[in-house]
Design a protein around this ligand. Structure first.
Ligand SMILES: NC(=O)c1ccc[n+]([C@@H]2O[C@H](COP(=O)([O-])OP(=O)(O)OC[C@H]3O[C@@H](n4cnc5c(N)ncnc54)[C@H](O)[C@@H]3O)[C@@H](O)[C@H]2O)c1
Length: 259
């Protein structure tokens, strides 16, 4: 189904994992996509794989001017900016008492700051072009579930959820919807190393009622739905795509592996 036919989209963190899966699903749904990432080689590979309606652009989402320029480039290339997906993000695993200020700042700069720049400049362009749009922020179950050793990540993702709500409140009247997706455990390069550890895998799968990780493609399908007119009354909410893991507690990663 061509749910996004003719739409112009930007996806950050699009060279890998969930961002790449979202870019792929958007192309399949008929959109043109500007893929933003820091990893030049992976970005080249991803945009070549996705074909004529994909453009790769090296962008550091923690740099406001680079985000603004990337969004404008998409608008100019596609004729409109209809969808922005703020996906680039990462965490830092360290007990809170050992977490350095530098790591804390690096996580906030990309995982929360990058989303802010995408929302701010995405919305400005959508208002300027006088055409409605949708902004999707990639959150995490960790916005709601504290994780041991994950204070910086959890705080950043909780910030993303509140930013989504504030943005929906301010921008709804201008024809812009702002929504979020909170993935549970998705097997991507970000989580692969942990999942290769059998004890860690057991801890994670133990709290997912469906007993399997979510596939990155499934996040792509959710993003297509949220970006489409089928979701035109969904605004301000962050939808969990987590196999039901939010029904349970988050695995005790630091203490759970010691026993
Ligand atoms: N994988 C999971 O289980 C999971 C669960 C919940 C939420 N998430 C979130 O989904 C998003 C994507 O995660 P993923 O698992 O696909 O990770 P990933 O590591 O596979 O992909 C992240 C991409 O972001 C890029 N990136 C990093 N810093 C950047 C920057 N400053 N500017 C631009 N690009 C940058 C990386 O180069 C990489 O290509 C993240 O926000 C992550 O927190 C992932």
């Amino acid at each position: 189904m061509d749910l996004l036919k003719g739409k112009g989209a930007v996806v950050t963190g699009a060279a890998s994992g969930i961002g790449k899966a979202i870019a792929t699903a958007f192309i399949e749904a008929g959109a043109s996509v500007l893929l933003c990432d820091l990893n030049a080689k992976a970005l080249d590979d991803a945009s070549a794989e996705l074909g004529d309606r994909a453009i790769g652009r090296i962008t550091d989402v923690s740099d406001e001017s680079q985000v603004e320029a990337a969004l404008r480039a998409a608008h100019d290339a596609f004729g409109s900016l209809d969808i922005v997906v703020n996906c680039a993000g990462f965490g830092a695993i360290a007990p809170l008492t050992e977490l350095t200020g530098e790591k804390w700042k690096a996580v906030q700069a990309v995982t929360l700051g990058g989303v802010f720049y995408g929302v701010k400049h995405g919305a400005r362009l959508m208002i300027e072009q006088g055409r409605p749009g949708v902004i999707i922020n990639i959150s995490s179950v960790n916005a709601r579930q504290p994780g041991e050793g994950q204070a910086a990540y959890c705080a950043a993702k909780a910030g993303v959820d509140m930013l989504t709500r504030c943005a929906a409140l301010e921008l709804g009247g201008r024809g812009i919807r702002v929504v979020g997706i909170a993935p549970g455990l998705v097997e991507t390069p970000l989580t692969r190393k942990e999942l290769e550890n059998p004890a860690m895998r057991e801890l994670f799968l133990g709290v997912i009622p469906m007993k399997r990780p979510v596939a990155a493609e499934e996040i792509g399908h959710a993003a297509v739905f949220l970006a489409s007119d089928h979701a035109r009354s969904i605004n301000g909410d962050t939808i969990a795509v987590d196999g039901g893991s939010l029904t349970r507690g988050y695995p005790a990663l630091l203490t759970g592996l010691k026993g």
